[in-house]
Design a protein around this ligand. Structure first.
Ligand code: AMP
Length: 278
């Protein structure tokens, strides 16, 4: 696997791959890789000729400085996993490399109400940070295909908007959420759960499943999480396209963000039309 840390080197390197006619697939990550990330790499390998993964813990998207400081770092394992998965290139820039003029007073993106709803509401500035880093990564990698996880449902919507705003010729492909055997969505942040919290964590997925199969209303699912010791930022059923309140006839998604102790977990499930209790 080729490892590159400088943007200029990467740009030149990718230019050469594209000149050979290779289709470039890109998987951006913040490291501490798990099977969810590896599924994205595999999907990229299946539909492109050259796969690029990035590992960069982006300071501008953390609205909570403690969360940034405590973000897991497992580079040796990450390198092994990426090599075993057959990833072609790893881009691993330093903060100064992507943000040579510092991380304050950066450009802003017009994201409409994606920025003020759900994740946007509870993590002010988060999606601006996501766009700031993704615009830099997309310019450097210049991929044909971009692979992202449905676990970050609203982030996928934001990136679709960013691609429009930047008028990029890149196709965004979203991959279903990869879960642990007990249903917990894989996440680098799961590493921060205590054994006791880890036992409780699958209740998030169960609450979504109960909404999906009609055995619980949204209010009941919220109560279930509260009773299990979660501090819920939101649990809502919303329209898949607008994130506005869904009616029973719309394609909807149940989205949740909840804390166990200091660790914030998110998950979602797309619901069948007309088969949900609101
Ligand atoms: P992160 O490293 O958390 O920034 O995630 C990098 C990419 O992996 C994003 O596109 C995420 O949506 C995706 N991802 C994270 N967790 C999962 C998962 N459990 N299943 C599928 N994709 C995931």
């Amino acid at each position: 696997m080729t490892i590159i840390q400088q943007s200029a080197t990467l740009v030149e390197f990718i230019y050469k791959q594209k000149a050979k006619g290779l289709k470039v697939g890109f998987v951006p990550t913040m490291g501490a890789l798990h099977n969810g990330h590896i599924e994205l790499i595999k999907a990229a390998e299946n539909s492109s000729d050259y796969t690029v993964c990035s590992i960069f813990v982006n300071p501008t998207q953390f609205n909570d400085p403690a969360d940034y400081k405590k973000y897991p770092n497992r580079l040796p394992q990450d390198l092994q996993l990426l090599t075993a998965a057959g990833n072609d290139l790893l881009f691993m820039p330093a903060v100064d490399e992507l943000y040579p003029n510092g991380v304050t007073n950066l450009e802003r993106y017009e994201l409409g109400n994606l920025e003020t709803m759900l994740e946007g509401k509870f993590r002010p500035g988060h999606f601006q940070g996501v766009c700031q880093v993704m615009s830099r990564l997309l310019k450097a990698v210049n991929p044909d295909l971009l692979f992202m996880g449905q676990k970050d449902f609203q982030q996928c919507m934001v990136i679709r908007r960013l691609i429009e705003l930047m008028q990029l010729d890149v196709e965004l492909i979203t991959i279903p959420t990869v879960r642990e055997a007990d249903g917990l969505a894989m996440s680098s942040r799961n590493l921060r759960l205590t054994p006791e919290q880890r036992k409780k964590a699958p209740a998030i997925f169960r609450s979504l499943q109960q909404i999906k199969d009609g055995s619980a209303s949204v209010a009941e699912a919220r109560k279930m999480l509260a009773d299990a010791g979660f501090r819920t930022d939101y649990l809502e059923v919303v329209d898949v396209n607008t994130l506005e309140m869904a009616t029973a006839s719309q394609n909807a998604v149940a989205l949740v963000a909840a804390y166990l102790g200091e660790v914030r977990l998110i998950d979602n499930l797309v619901l069948p039309v007309n088969k949900k209790q609101l």
